[in-house]
Design a protein around this ligand. Structure first.
Ligand code: SF4
Length: 337
């Protein structure tokens, strides 16, 4: 539930904008108008840290003007933009740097324009399948109770013979999506991790138990299901931590989940900029970001990332892969990066 809601003027010309305004009024949330989200500079809060926390609880309702989609390798061909920003406080989240000084949550009400743009991208590649990732810049399940956009996206993609949708979440609020007409064209993924990682680095997200229970519901609703184990973090007792994680998944998931199950594995990485921002925002974080212990991987656009040295990365990959196939012999591991 946001603490503050801002509307950009054009937003109220769209049905979804009006619907969100009604919702905000119904919940007695403070509503403000702003000429543009760029003008939101007077958020309450004494210190930078307080302002940051309030921004994370601020909703900005606007129009998506850029309808050129970014690419989203390796998980999909394109990122489909329905929202930007997230209320979670995951220390390692890359939105810390990509959203910089604007960590508030923006939702876009011109969903028809976004769907039309998606349709063009599908046609360009047809009959080859085009996959869209809806969680590149946000956690769309966490804000679905406000927008309903994800359900629209799922039902749009159900009618696209060569269009596929995927998204990932750390939230368990899936109930409104269970009766969506998905036609098997949406892969619903949950982000999971060793208990140590969830406990220390993922405040303001759903617990593991809540996520896995939601995954069971999603599987029973017939969605293709997936898990992203990310970021994989080398910590004391990591082998036990990831072994326990996969046995708990296997114990809880209903049998129908195992027939079409995918895993994506992403090791922890950070940039110098991210390290600076994370240390300022979460000064007590236990997140290990020691450049000396890492391998530098050159980036395409200049700034490189610090990943685990090859030997550690390989140990993580081999161990987790083995545990996945032990419990889910039919699962597909899409990538380790
Ligand atoms: Fe970032 Fe996902 Fe955590 Fe939200 S839930 S803060 S998008 S990692």
């Amino acid at each position: 539930m946001p603490e503050l809601v801002y509307f950009e003027p054009d937003a109220l010309e769209y049905p979804k904008g009006k619907q969100i305004l009604e919702w905000a009024k119904h919940h007695a949330l403070p509503v403000h108008m702003t000429t543009s989200h760029n003008r939101i500079t007077n958020l309450p809060g004494e210190t930078e840290l307080e302002k940051y926390k309030i921004a994370k609880n601020t909703l900005v309702v606007g129009i998506r003007k850029t309808l050129t989609f970014d690419t989203s390798k390796p998980s999909a061909e394109y990122a489909i933009p329905i929202a930007t920003g997230c209320m979670g406080h995951c220390h390692y989240c890359y939105l810390q740097t990509t959203l910089g000084a604007k960590p508030y949550i923006r939702v876009y009400v011109n969903i028809e324009d976004i769907l039309q743009a998606a349709h063009k991208y599908i046609e360009e590649r047809d009959p080859e399948v085009t996959r869209f990732e809806a969680a590149c810049t946000s956690d769309p399940v966490g804000i679905e109770h406000i927008t309903g956009s994800l359900k629209q996206l799922i039902e749009f993609m159900a009618d696209q013979p060569s269009g596929r949708l995927r998204f990932v979440t750390k939230y368990h609020h899936v109930d409104t999506l269970l009766d969506a007409r998905h036609n098997g064209h949406t892969r619903f993924r949950f982000s999971i991790n060793a208990d140590y990682v969830i406990r220390h680095f993922e405040p303001s997200t759903s617990s593991f138990q809540e996520r896995i229970t939601a995954a069971g519901k999603v599987a029973r609703a017939g969605y293709p299901l997936g898990f992203i184990i990310a970021p994989i973090i080398w910590h004391e007792g990591w082998e036990q931590g990831y072994a326990d994680l996969l046995s708990r998944v296997a114990e809880t998931l209903p049998p129908e989940a195992s027939s079409d199950l995918t895993f994506e594995l992403i090791q922890h990485r950070f940039t110098k900029t991210a390290k600076r921002v994370i240390e300022a925002r979460y000064p007590k974080t236990k997140l290990e970001m020691d450049e000396a212990k890492r391998k530098y991987k050159w980036g395409r656009w200049g700034q490189g990332k610090y990943v685990y040295p090859d030997e550690q990365a390989q140990a993580l990959r081999e161990f987790i892969t083995e545990k996945i196939f032990l419990h889910f012999p039919l699962a597909k591991i899409e990538y380790f990066t």
